[in-house]
Design a protein around this ligand. Sequence first.
Ligand code: UGA
Ligand code: MN
Length: 383
Amino acid sequence: MAQLRTPVQRKKKKQYIAVAMIVAFMCLFGIYSFASKEEDYEKEFHIPLVNEQLVVCYENDMDYRKGPYMTTLPGTMDEASTTQRQQQQSTSSQYPAQSNGTEPMIYFVTPTYPRREQIAEIIRLGQTLMHVPRLHWIVADDTASCSATLNSHINKFGIPYTHLASPMPEVYRLRKNAPRGVANRRAALSWIRTNNRRSGVLYFGDDDNTFDLKLFSEIRYTKKVSMFPVGLIGDYAISTPIVRNGRVEGFFDSWPAKRKWPVDMAGFAVNLEYLALSPNATMPFKAGYEEDEFLKSIGLKLQDIEPKANNCTEILVWHTQTKGSKAPTVRISMDRQKLDKVNLGGLLKRLETMGVNHISDAEGTTAQAIMNGSVKPLSFWFS
Ligand code: UGA
Ligand code: MN
């Protein structure tokens, strides 16, 4: 027998259905928004291009490097045996390279960012680049304003250079997996275009990598795109093209992902005339896919790739990484001005400017002095 429902029962049933529908809708919406968040994570936003900044902080087109880096050590040659002399001569003919001043320029693009190791990295890299003739160093700093400290350290090498300030857009900086060094490299690409540099070679060299000087003579005459192995990458400890009969046929890299060109940033160089054929070429703000999509954006074809480093059998660049650690706080409770009477005043100020450490009068590791093998409070020195 069919039950007859009262109007009240009917109303209740309708309410149940409505509530169930709302719950179902909320669940679906939750799943959808979670999924789209995942997507956003990988998504490249176009709006931030509006606030993409590029400040040219300082430029020097002159090469102020002098002889010392180009000569062999005086004195040692006279005393050396013939065999030693021959060895020295063969070494000196390779390192540093000789130049007649007309070779194609290498535009060496280095993204960098303020952290306590920055200046140390720049000094180490700059001293490598000092040995490379015909090189223009584009140092693009991930900051909104120009760092005078950074500039003074780049300037001292005498290498022709451009110091840019090119901050990562905030929307990307907030991400867990932020695309590092992209705003910087885009700024360098933009500088190259604006300044109409159409001959020479472009190379992306991060501030923490290690470069064999032979790399530079290898990439200098790149016709379109050259490629070579990068050591210390991923689970194979190497990322390299696979070469047969002098031609690149594929790639060997432990992180293929969805990449057509599974190479590291330090593993290729591009001829500037060839780059100029793709005026819209760019690097996306997409962590892990920067190299791949940049190479797609220049319309690269497999047959255009020249293998270097002795058909990709030598490692001329290493993906070394500097271990970062927190800047320590040093506790100095005495009047800091007194420190200016000795070297410590100036020295600690310099370290603080570079963010290497912090000084506090209330917390941190208490600063002490050592005299004649015994530890004394720092103030003891000034009493
Ligand atoms: C690897 C690749 O070798 C990089 O070329 C690539 O940009 C990076 O991954 C990535 O895909 O995110 P990795 O050693 O993991 O490099 O990264 P970092 O050395 O920390 O950064 C790459 C470059 O960007 C460095 O020159 C660094 O100074 C600069 N960087 C890093 C910034 O400009 N801003 C940052 O916040 C972090
Ligand atoms: Mn690195």
